[in-house]
Design a protein around this ligand. Structure first.
Ligand code: PGA
Length: 254
């Protein structure tokens, strides 16, 4: 099954509207050619989404939020609703990132509520999973991934799954400079694909794009993307500078 690469820039809590605009103006030239072989997404912080949306209109680069509420509207101080993201022109939303799980205590059940809310609003979830070093070293990798997948994607249909991107991000590789080796990443991705097959059947397993995340950079994107079950990347640090993000994508599609 041919799966088009999908690479997303997760800026985390970096870049206000002015820096966002600066990045996009520098990144857009040349992006059309790259987008023939790779879907490209940028995920700025909430306050920078409107600036990004107006600069990305008519471009090949899609816009993502980094979170969304599981509620529609009302007394939820500090939250942002799906309809607000729709209004700004956001297409994707990162959900279940390990920083949300570890720092803000988001559970599989809560993440699942957000995934389902996003899907009802025509937003594409980038659904993140991944194990800590301790879990990997104590032989719990498969159990952790199975629990996160079945919990986070509970009650989704086969039709829903055509809008979902999965991101496998080993926690020990995020922001550490330590990348999973291509073999380690491929092994985990192949396992995630078997979980997709158990949950949704072979067709969904074959069609769903699984990104790798964790210290992806221009120097390793090609060998990671060469693995059969790696269909893209979720990139933090190396996505903050337009030139290095462009090189990372160029090497991935080469
Ligand atoms: P990193 O972050 O590329 O800086 O490791 C990846 C992520 O957290 O999505």
């Amino acid at each position: 099954m041919e799966r088009k690469l999908i690479i997303a820039a997760n800026w985390k809590m970096n870049k206000g509207p002015a820096e966002t605009a600066e990045f996009i103006e520098s990144f857009l030239p040349g992006s059309e050619e790259l987008s023939e072989r790779c879907d490209i997404i940028i995920a700025p912080p909430f306050v920078s989404l409107p600036a990004a949306a107006s600069l990305l209109a008519d471009s090949v680069v899609a816009l993502s939020a980094q979170n969304v509420s599981d509620q529609d509207e009302g007394a939820f101080t500090g939250e942002v609703a799906t309809c607000m993201l729709n209004e700004v022109g956001v297409q994707y939303v990162i959900l279940g990132h390990s920083e949300r799980r570890a720092i803000y205590g988001e559970s599989d059940q809560f993440i699942n509520a957000k995934v389902r809310k996003a899907l009802t609003a025509d937003l594409h979830p980038i659904f993140c999973i991944g194990e800590t070093l301790e879990e990997r070293e104590s032989g719990k990798l498969e159990d952790v991934l199975r629990t996160q997948m079945s919990g986070g994607l509970a009650d989704l249909t086969v039709e829903h799954m055509s809008d979902v991107v999965v991101a496998y991000e080993p926690v020990w590789a995020i922001g550490t400079g330590v990348t999973a080796t291509p073999d380690q990443a491929q092994e985990a991705h192949a396992f995630v694909r078997t979980l997709l097959e158990e949950q949704f059947g072979a067709e969904v397993a074959g069609a769903t794009r699984i990104q790798y995340g964790g210290s992806v950079k221009a120097g390793n994107s090609a060998e990671l993307m060469a693995q059969v079950d790696i269909d893209g990347a979720l990139v933090g640090g190396a996505s903050l500078e337009a030139g290095s993000f462009r090189d990372l994508i160029a090497n991935a599609v080469a």
